[in-house]
Design a protein around this ligand. Structure first.
Ligand SMILES: CC(C)(C)CCc1c(C(=O)O)[nH]c(=O)[nH]c1=O
Length: 311
């Protein structure tokens, strides 16, 4: 039984990896993912210069998942390009993902120019959940901004590039954003980022759980799965077949991975469960996925990918 997959023409021995922002901040964490059963890694979304991020506590586990307002702490793009450059030499033939996020189009372009000038041979993931012009919603919810950014990006960048999107909750929004995305040579769409601006409360302390933004933060974990599966399934039906899908959100076991693939995902990423369990989670999820496949008689993920039945 094989859980191998392919993204942007690159082959991967497995279809499970980390989600940007989790276990990918430092070289030590990236090493741990490298040495695990994960297919590959994606780096923490990188900015032009290093960022400390928000004051702590900025992440908290909750009964059904997690809440975070990290504030994009990262060592800067150069650090991650150096790490991946060394990884490419150490393990030739393995493909890595570098996540980027600018706070405006100019920054996005500057980040991509820096990637182009490097020896990076992998896949770029552009995080569109970043804030945009103050007073406007995050980029992923500002469809004109998405259009403007992708026009600038694809004028410049010709190598494999995917985007990370926030969750959408209205079928008309799926139609509208998919019509935009179908105009561009995207390698993939990664759905979903955390549900923005949730609020978790500690009733005993009568307080919020995290310090930034009065306790508002991105919601991950089990809460997220129905929304994540809906976004994967909706985009699979709307996007050109040339645009692949990475499914992210709410994975806790092999059946959840199976469900993401059934909805159309070509690769599945994990965040909260990785943060809580560590990199051993990749071996567990892979084992559990293979058990589901064995029980159903599937030899490879293409036999059930996107085959979700409607009633
Ligand atoms: C939310 C932003 C800080 C604008 C982007 C980075 C990010 C963060 C973060 O660094 O706070 N957390 C998430 O759950 N998703 C993200 O995409």
């Amino acid at each position: 039984i094989s859980t191998r997959t392919h993204i942007a023409g690159f082959n991967f021995d497995n279809c499970i990896m980390n989600a940007a922002g989790v276990y990918d901040y430092s070289a030590e964490e990236l090493d741990a993912v490298q040495q695990s059963a994960a297919a590959t890694f994606v780096t923490k979304s990188a900015t032009l210069v290093p960022r400390e991020g928000n004051p702590e506590p900025r992440y908290c586990n909750t009964p059904y998942g997690s809440i975070n307002s990290m504030g994009l702490p990262n060592f800067g793009l150069a650090y991650y390009l150096d790490y991946v450059s060394a990884a490419q030499r150490q393990v030739p033939g393995k493909t890595y993902f570098v996540s980027l996020t600018g706070f405006n189009v100019e920054e996005d372009i500057a980040l991509l120019r820096q990637v182009q000038a490097s020896d990076f041979e992998g896949i770029v993931e552009l995080n569109l959940s970043c804030p945009n012009v103050p007073g406007k919603p995050q980029t992923g919810y500002d469809f004109e901004a998405v259009t403007r950014i992708l026009e600038a990006v694809f004028d410049l960048y010709r190598a494999p590039l995917g985007i990370k999107l926030p969750p959408y909750f209205d079928l008309v929004h799926f139609d509208q954003i998919a019509a935009i995305l179908n105009r561009f040579p995207l390698a993939y769409v990664n759905s979903v980022n955390s549900i923005g601006n949730g609020l978790c409360v500690d009733a005993a302390a009568e307080s919020v759980l995290i310090k930034p933004k009065q306790g508002f933060g991105g919601i991950g974990g089990a809460y997220l799965k129905p929304t994540a599966l809906a976004n994967v399934f909706a985009f699979r039906q709307r996007l050109n077949s040339s645009i692949q899908i990475i499914g992210t959100g709410g994975v806790q076991n092999g059946t959840d991975v199976f469900e993401h693939i059934l909805c159309g995902a070509d690769m599945v990423q994990v965040g909260t469960v990785l943060h809580q369990e560590g990199v051993a989670v990749f071996e567990r999820l892979t084992r559990e996925l293979k058990a589901v496949m064995a029980q159903k008689g599937y030899g490879g993920i293409d036999e059930f990918k996107g085959r979700l039945k409607t009633l």
